[in-house]
Write a protein that binds this ligand. Structure first.
Ligand code: HSE
Length: 378
């Protein structure tokens, strides 16, 4: 089957290269911006791609919501299978696109949108048909994992490691989505939709790693703790829970061995028990491999089923003790079980508190101009 590729950035180049050697698949035209058609296989017209009856599938790896949504709708509407790595697109329009795909009798798959090369959504889609998924999530952002690992193992500062992650092609076009946790949040939205037929669209709790300092990392290290950005989801009555926040792990935790751009995706099946998948969560060929894997599975898998609907996330039953670093003036707002103050900065561990309560308090302190970093105790 001939596959057209939309976009020729980090992932697009990888997909195009892999298609040259993928059994049963053939590299088709590549859609680029007008004026960028500097080779025979590059075109700038989506209409021209769809006018070619030998193109059976489209791999959308351009990112962003528009024009990706228009092009994917056009491809599905024209009866072409679509595989995408675009988590923002699936989070915003996935339900409608999956419906269109069903109407046209084609597949709409997006394994590459969550976990890079790690076959998380693929396995989740299969597992959800036969088992009850009690919880899911893990380390789902390669950029922040690379950054936290480099800050800890090499003592580098935040700006240096972010630039390095961008240069290696791990970060999104706008890396704010990575460091703010939004990229990881979009991934848990998709995972919940696949596992629970519920796509959470609001009600989230989101905390990234923008507030972490080299001093925090050194402090954790001296206490045998490792910080990771963790994404959590699970059943919550009629809804689902879905939140992202830094977590501190003791040395024996498997999360501490997730290094560089690796991801650790997990789910807990009522019957299967705990399933853990680890691999490179970002980068050209790991992500391209997930796109090509979906292309090899066209017609055999459905990721967003007809029952999938939008819900408001409910994190109220999720409770953790939190490590907090804040100005001494704000310390009394926390119920600490232990704390220490040095140079007007307090570092302490709270009593268990709900995830929404911690996130709301942090927002309030920052709005008032206070400084703060927090992480759940893993
Ligand atoms: N920017 C993403 C990450 C790419 O770092 O995980 C893969 O989704």
């Amino acid at each position: 089957m001939k596959v057209a590729v939309l976009g020729f950035g980090t992932v697009g180049v990888g997909v195009y290269e892999m298609l040259k050697n993928a059994p049963g698949l053939e590299a088709g035209p590549v859609l680029v911006r007008p004026g960028k058609e500097d080779a025979d296989f590059k075109v700038s017209s989506m209409e021209a791609i769809l006018a070619d009856p030998s193109v059976g599938a489209v791999a959308e790896v351009m990112g962003g919501i528009e024009p990706a949504n228009t092009y994917v709708s056009m491809a599905l509407g024209a009866g072409r299978h679509v595989v995408t790595s675009n988590k923002a697109l699936v989070a915003a329009h996935g339900i409608e696109l999956a419906k269109l795909a069903r109407e046209k009798g084609v597949s709409f798959l997006f394994s590459a949108a969550c976990g890079g090369g790690v076959p998380f959504l693929h396995n989740l889609a299969i597992a959800a048909q036969s088992d009850r998924i009690l919880a899911l999530g893990g380390i789902l952002n390669g950029t922040t994992n690379f950054m936290l690992d480099a800050m800890q193992s090499e003592g580098k500062d935040y700006g240096d490691v972010l630039r390095q992650a961008q240069a290696l092609g791990y970060a999104e076009a706008d890396p704010t989505a990575d460091v703010s946790g939004l990229d990881a949040l979009r991934k848990i939205m998709l995972a919940c939709a696949v596992a629970y037929d519920k796509l959470p669209v609001d009600g989230f709790c989101l905390e990234g790693i923008e507030s972490i300092t080299a001093g925090d990392v050194a402090h954790f290290q001296s206490r045998g703790l490792t910080c990771r950005l963790v994404t959590s989801g699970g059943e919550a009555g009629e809804s689902v829970c879905a939140y992202v926040e830094p977590v501190l792990f003791r040395a024996s935790a498997p999360e501490c061995s997730v290094l560089k751009n690796f991801n650790m995706a997990k789910y807990l099946g009522e019957n299967a028990g705990s399933i853990v998948l680890m691999g490179q969560g970002a980068g050209r060929f790991p992500t391209a491999s997930a796109v090509v894997r979906d292309l090899c599975g066209l017609g055999t898998l459905e990721m967003l089923r007809p029952a999938c609907r939008k819900v408001t996330a409910d994190n109220s039953a999720c409770v953790h003790a939190y490590y907090v670093r804040t100005d001494a003036a704000n310390a009394a707002r926390f119920s600490f079980t232990e704390s220490a103050c040095a140079d007007s900065v307090v570092r302490g561990v709270t009593e268990p508190m709900s995830v929404p309560a911690m996130h709301a308090l942090a927002e309030e302190i920052r709005k008032e101009g206070g400084a703060l970093f927090f992480a759940a105790m893993g």
